[in-house]
Ligand binder design. Structure first.
Ligand code: SUG
Length: 448
């Protein structure tokens, strides 16, 4: 049976703004308080989805969340009408209003960890929504994420959904941003690679000194258990704590994998040689030939990687067996990175082509091409069981482009977040979106 990697991209929500909310994420910190352009952000994301679809890749779309999250503000003690809740929060606790307005659900690589049916004990595709509990503004995403994923992958014969792990730092889970899967073919059993930043219970593992390590070993192990993965099909590796301290807040800022290939920076991991040998040995048991491309620090520094998001690229398999890398414009702007990429594609290696996309609106909050997509490997039968409303087509692209044009603002500053009219605009837009994508009622304002 045929199998595919389907990229579900997060549609940028109407409140996209620069809140400076993510300590440890250099772009989020340095662009704090700048005004944003939600319309441009959404159109940049849609342009990438359309381009990949036109290149022949399977492409889907994941809906944004209801923001401002009035229910979250109510749970923090703000009361009255929805407009009063927002106004009180603006007056008494602006950082909480900003957090409740974040459009951070666009970075769907953090929405969940996904294990394809070929790897799981019960032969279903498993999803665990990420608790994202390192940052308040992200920790409020998972209930709606679960409802949206449930509406997209509803058929219980093929899809199993797990709620987020316990919401404590010891089980900090950031979803697929710290998870990669290696395989020969998407439909065949493969090796799931979990990268963690620290251990919550075992003091033998070092931890970063400056910035938080968002993913724990214990969270990754829990996800592997929930998904029914076999020990033979799992490898755990620790991120180098020193790169976390340089702004690598997720592993997908310093490494990306696809098929049998891992593309990574020399400084990405601890005990790299042992880890590569384990990946090679385990993938060989499934008939795969693991390969890696290590980018030396002498050519691309960690700082270059963090600034350019070279590794936050999409590594895609082409029909002829070679690979294509989707990178953000910032890679072209960095001389060393661009030079490296020229050399990479002109050599006889696996990666033969680079395509550049302008995702500046998202990049300024630390979200590149890979952050904006959730990969789901599906066989033909499973793909047919996905809600067809969320699969990208040329007419859906046109409808979504018009929808953005009708509902989104082209400028949003912090002071605009207190405008109760923004909430109404967002709800009107999202209500229409659930009809376009045929999701049913998924948002708190539609349910309560
Ligand atoms: O969690 N930025 C996100 C970026 C997530 C990127 N995802 C991956 N690497 N997979 C984060 O730090 C910034 C929001 C603000 O500051 O307004 C933010 O949440």
């Amino acid at each position: 049976m045929k199998s595919y990697e389907v990229n579900f991209d997060g549609l940028v929500g109407p409140t996209h703004n620069y809140g400076g909310l993510s300590y440890g994420n250099v772009a989020s910190q340095s662009n704090s308080q700048q005004s944003s352009n939600p319309k441009e952000a959404a159109l940049q994301g849609l342009a990438k989805m359309k381009a990949l679809m036109e290149m022949g890749f399977q492409q889907g779309v994941l809906a944004p969340q209801e923001r401002p999250d009035v229910a979250a503000l109510r749970s923090l003690g703000f009361a009255g009408s929805d407009a009063q809740v927002i106004q009180q929060a603006a007056k008494q606790a602006m950082p909480l209003l900003v957090a409740s307005c974040s459009a951070s659900s666009m970075w769907v690589a953090n929405a969940a960890t996904v294990s394809p049916s070929a790897d799981t004990a019960d032969g279903r595709v498993h999803f665990t929504a990420a608790n994202l509990n390192c940052k308040y503004h992200r920790s409020i995403e998972h209930p709606t994420t679960s409802r949206v994923l449930g509406a997209m992958f509803a058929d219980q014969k093929h899809f199993a959904h797990h709620s987020a792990l316990p919401a404590v730092a010891q089980f900090g889970d950031e979803g697929a941003a710290n998870h990669t899967r290696f395989c020969r073919e998407y439909g065949q059993a493969g090796v799931e690679f979990f990268v963690f930043g620290r251990s919550a219970f075992d003091t033998r593992y070092p931890a970063p000194q400056k910035y938080p390590a968002r993913q724990t070993l214990e969270a990754s192990q829990a996800v592997a258990r929930l998904h029914g993965l076999s020990d033979d099909g799992v490898v755990y590796a620790q991120q180098n704590p020193s790169v976390i301290d340089q702004g690598v807040f997720h592993n997908d800022v310093i490494a990306v994998g696809n098929g049998e290939l891992l593309f990574h920076h020399e400084d990405a991991f601890l005990d790299t040689d042992t880890m590569l040998a384990e990946l090679q040995g385990k993938l060989a048991k499934f008939g795969g030939n693991f390969q890696s491309i290590c980018v030396p620090r002498s050519q691309v520094t960690v700082e270059d990687a963090v600034r350019s998001y070279l590794f936050n690229s999409q590594l895609l398999s082409r029909a002829d067996g070679t690979m294509l890398l989707i990178v953000p414009e910032e890679c072209r702007a960095n001389e060393r990175v661009w030079q490296y990429l020229q050399g990479l594609t002109s050599s006889a290696g696996m990666i033969r082509e680079v395509k550049v996309f302008d995702l500046k609106q998202s990049m300024q909050n630390g979200g590149g091409p890979a952050c904006l997509r959730l990969r789901v490997a599906l066989n033909e039968t499973e793909l047919a069981a996905v809600n067809p409303g969320v699969i990208m087509t040329a007419p859906l692209y046109d409808t979504l482009t018009q929808w953005v044009g009708k509902h989104y603002r082209d400028r949003l500053a912090e002071s605009d977040l207190a405008d109760p009219q923004l909430l109404l605009e967002c709800r009107t837009a999202l209500d229409e979106l659930t009809q376009i994508l045929k999701l049913g009622a998924v948002y708190p304002f539609q349910i309560n």
